[in-house]
Design a protein around this ligand. Structure first.
Ligand code: EPU
Length: 336
């Protein structure tokens, strides 16, 4: 375990932004985390895959990169298994492992960037499935006391791209492992969302398997979303706003075909990508940053962008969408 000073964070954030950590450490175990906490250096910031943060300045204190690995089946039931996964595992590696074991439940979330420990923080989701649907519990270390604690599903207060760890628990815990419940037979396949069905058809698949669905999701994501290894980004920058029906009806007066999804409580979700595109931002470049040409919801770094530059663009987009539609977008990405 090596504590480094003035460490560039460029390799550790998928936006590819330059910022320095005053102190930086990679931990492979809970014991190493506790050792790092004993250094007394504060504040402590836990870094996962770096795929949901916008670094707008250098980081004081101690940045801890969670590299706690390990995937193991901890319980077997008739039709399910519980699998415990280290918080430092790469999310997609875990998905691929599950698919290779024919364990079902996470295949629709293939290729989501980031780490397993970061996944519950924003309750990641894609193509009709959310992390909370397969979640059993997690273990986290309280950064103030160094004590380990287990969180059940209700304790996590999961919502749409939201949890306890983005609110009251923000910055207070390091998630060291997450336990998932996956199906071992009679998988409940979810192929109705968006383009999955069509993509499976194009692949010539008549009887979808977990592997086929995973492959379809990978194809769809790769065709729409920029690869962070090639062009810096953090996936969706904003959440899809949830509004009252009256807001949608007002928008429909000028945009009768506005896409929207009904919510169980009678409100509606409007795709932020659509709102941003209507305001003329899609594919527009501002300095070294911009809104991605194939998916307006994704902000990108064309190379050499600063966090301040991306933040300024995000604020300009929020303002412009609010002015045109009376809807205030909220960032999904954590702006530091
Ligand atoms: N749309 C536009 N213009 C755009 C982008 C989208 O008009 O530039 C419209 C599309 O035509 C479609 C609707 O918006 O009618 C929805 O678009 P899409 O299916 O691409 O999904 P999204 O709502 O933009 C959400 C998630 C993604 C997830 C996809 C698929 C959020 C904030 N984003 O995007 O998650 O992969 O659905 O399930 O909920 C992420 O969180 O980082 C992420 C990529």
């Amino acid at each position: 375990m090596l504590l480094r000073e003035n460490t560039p964070l460029l390799p550790y954030n998928t936006f590819g932004l330059e910022a320095q950590a005053a102190h930086f450490i990679e931990i492979q175990s809970v014991a190493e985390l506790n050792q790092a906490l004993q250094s007394g250096i504060r504040p402590v910031f836990i870094l996962g895959g770096g795929s949901n943060i916008l670094l707008t300045q250098d980081m004081p204190g101690l940045v801890v990169r969670n590299r706690i690995r390990g995937i193991s089946v901890v319980r077997r039931f008739k039709n399910r298994v519980w699998v415990r996964v280290g918080g430092g595992e790469v999310w997609h590696d875990f998905v691929q492992w599950a698919v290779s074991q024919d364990f079902g439940g996470v295949e629709n979330m293939s290729l989501i960037p980031g780490s397993v420990g970061a996944a519950p923080v924003q309750n990641i989701g894609a193509y009709g499935v959310e992390l909370k649907d397969v979640f059993v519990n997690l273990e986290a270390v309280d950064l103030a006391t160094g004590r380990a604690r287990q969180f059940s599903r209700p304790a996590c207060h999961f919502g749409y791209r939201d949890s306890f760890f983005k609110r009251e628990g923000k910055g207070r815990y390091c998630i060291t492992s997450v336990t998932f419940s996956l199906s071992t037979r009679q998988h409940r396949l979810n192929t109705s969302y968006g383009d999955i069905h069509k993509t499976l058809e194009n692949m010539g698949v008549q009887h979808p398997t977990l592997a086929a669905i995973s492959e379809a999701v990978i194809r769809i994501r790769s065709s729409k979303l920029p690869d962070p290894a090639v062009i810096g980004n953090c996936g969706s920058f904003f959440k899809n706003p949830e509004t009252d029906r009256a807001v949608l009806e007002r928008i429909q007066k000028t945009h009768p075909n506005a896409p929207h999804y009904p919510l169980p409580d009678g409100r509606v979700k409007i795709p932020a990508g659509w709102l941003i595109e209507q305001c003329g931002w899609k594919g527009k470049r501002v300095g070294n940053t911009g809104s991605y040409e194939k998916q307006a919801l994704v902000l990108v770094n064309y190379g050499g962008a600063t966090g301040q530059e991306v933040k300024a663009l995000a604020l300009a987009i929020i303002e412009s969408v609010e002015k045109s539609f009376g809807v205030r977008l909220e960032a999904e990405v954590n702006m530091i």
